[in-house]
Design a protein. Structure first.
Length: 98
C-alpha cells in the first residue's frame, strides 16, 4: 500500500463515503450525491497522500483535486492568496518608506 504521510486518511474518507451511501439510500438523492462527492474527495486525498509520500510525482494529484472542487474554487483560492500577499507587501512598504 502506498502513501502514509497522512496515515492513510483517504481510506477513512472512503469508508465514510460507503457508510453514508449505505445508510442514505432511504434518505434520498442528497445523501447519495454527498456520498459521491466523498468518493471524489477520497480519490483526491489518495493522490495527495501518494505525492506527499513521494510515491507519485508532484502534479499527479491535480486532476483528482479539481474533480471534487466547485467551479471557480481554484481561482477563488488564488485570488485570496494574492490579496493576502498584497496586504502583507503593503505593510512592509509602509514600514520602509522614508
Amino acid at each position: 500500500m502506498s502513501g502514509g504521510s497522512y496515515d492513510y486518511l483517504y481510506s477513512k474518507i472512503q469508508d465514510a463515503a460507503n457508510s453514508v451511501n449505505e445508510r442514505g439510500n432511504s434518505r434520498g438523492p442528497l445523501r447519495a450525491a454527498f456520498a459521491a462527492h466523498l468518493h471524489l474527495v477520497a480519490k483526491a486525498m489518495q493522490h495527495v497522500e501518494w505525492v506527499d509520500s513521494c510515491d507519485s510525482s508532484p502534479g499527479a494529484e491535480d486532476d483528482a483535486i479539481r474533480a471534487c472542487l466547485a467551479p471557480g474554487a481554484e481561482c477563488d483560492a488564488a485570488r485570496e492568496a494574492l490579496e493576502a500577499a498584497m496586504v502583507a507587501a503593503s505593510k512592509v512598504l509602509e514600514r520602509t518608506r522614508p
